[in-house]
Design a protein around this ligand. Sequence first.
Ligand SMILES: [Zn+2]
Length: 668
Amino acid sequence: MTEKRSFLVTTPIYYVNAEPHVGHAYTTIAADALTRARRLGGHDVFFVTGTDEHGQNIERIARERGIPEQQHCDEIAAVFRSLWERLDIRYDRFIRTTEEEHRRGVLKLWGLLVEAQTPDGQDAVYQGTYSGWYCPRCEGFKDEDELQQPDNVCPDHELPCEWTEEQNFFFRLSAYEEWLREQIESDRLLIRPESRKNEILGVIRQGLKDFSVSRARVKWGIPVPEEPDHVLYVWVDALSNYITALGFADDGENYRRFWCGAHERLHLIGKDIIRFHCLYWPAILHAAGLPVPTREFGQGFITKDGRKLSKTTGNVIDPAALAERLGPDAARYFLLREAPYGADWDFTDAAFVGRYNADLANDLGNLVSRALTMVSKFGDGKVPPRPASVSEARGLEEELQTDAPVAWPYAEGRRAAVLARYEAIDFSGALAEVWSWISQLNQRIVAVEPWTLARDPSRRDELDAFLYRLLEGVRLVAVLASPVMPRAAGRIDGMLGRADRAPGPDDLEWGRLEPGTSLGTVVPLFPRIEKKDKEKNVPETTPPAAVPSKPEEAPAPAAGPERIDIADFARLELRAAKVTAAEQVEGSKKLLKLQVDLGTETRQVVAGIAQTHAPEDVVGKTVVLVANLKPAKLMGVESNGMVLAGSVDGRAVLCQFEGEVAPGTRVR
Ligand SMILES: [Zn+2]
């Protein structure tokens, strides 16, 4: 066990000018998953999120709505909290900048800043005249070269900016250039991905300008004590949430433990706010004589169907709908698995459903249901005796070289690898590790053939040992996936006869399943989504084709084709086959060349389904194969079997199963 450490994990606080969008959900899910992963590793973690509620924008919106500012803030903050509830986000503190505790903390920080001296002996905060093009929507002054001409239009809001001059307070950022460069170059302030670090160093090279920290014309905020007509601007009011949330105002226990004494102070942020977090915020803290963040991670942007997300064009991903559609676990899994966390990526519905079916319904869902079903079928529905052998300690490499019948892909090194990936904020990599293990466990079932062991009473111990290890494998997979999929992990624990609780470091140890424990009921974790499910909502307007025109008429056996005996049918070997690869047969519009998994072997089959099915659509599907058909060549390609499909106007509609069926299962 590694030493116990204290970590702070934060999301930005979200501005209550609008309801949450998918970018908010993406960061908050990531922070939640990282928090859970660190707790799994035995560490102390404090997770802060919240809402930024002050400023001219909120004044305007509340005025337009005809309600007090506070009421507007309360309403939107409640929407955020309810979304986090639905996405199974478990934060430790939801900070709101309209809270009294926050106000007191901000004023304490301000007090330190007005007393502070820069390294070259000047006041860190000074009064000056600020003038420039001001966008009321941005609540900020824009650089002249950012504006669109004519009319000095804000590029973000497509509204003309106003030339504005005002007296306000400035923070002397220019005096901290050297210090910031040194912090960032040395990675004492670790900025990731690397490209963001380089971007920030580039900004420093161009020279840092002082920035204004108060506003004269805004009422909805925290008044500046020295100048009560001014309020503190967002850089002091909002960024400070990271410490006020911990009880900075009263030098509270959480502040001392998770800020001053923390092994890491991590901010997850969007790449658009990286400058404020990596330059303004550390400089403010340093000037005030307080510890600064140790790591900042800029997440990428999500587009949808190749286009920028935009409310005006309607190209949006509603995070609440995303959670509803296939459940919170599926939403969390997809967002964190589909792309590396720091990268920009494109969301498509097809990819969401595809991953759900392939990774969750097929790989994980099948593993769990096969393992539990075998224990109830070949055992008595209880956890088998713990194997006496020490072979479970074998590493994977050694394991692959042995021919022992129940050799085992054990987790040696694997859990460390998964936790290290989480720690590096590489969720996609952590999940890929877990899924490669799932796939090995599934292959193990096929290779060991427990159903064969079950037929031979003298191999009972071997069967029990296999089943115990399989269940332990399933349990550990659930534990390692639990930071991203807490709900599914809890349900798997329930099926394994264990209490539903947040897993801790003890659960990472091999052999925690108690022999003799009765397993719970097997419930489908992630029911497969078929294309037809998506069309279910379409009302049926045409009557079913099979309704006979003369229902009273008795069936006329002689009129149909000749009936066959059951023995004739038994000559056909129909099996469930999972398509593992597919490609178009060269020169043919109709034929696909498929590789199918029959549980015990892989076969090549040519199927006339290319006009209705793209190769990538059939991969992962479980189809019905006539397995004992004589080999044939179609367009010069060998085919070993035939895939069953309905023929509708000459087009093929694949025959598929309603529930989960393991490859190789006989169809009768
Ligand atoms: Zn603007």
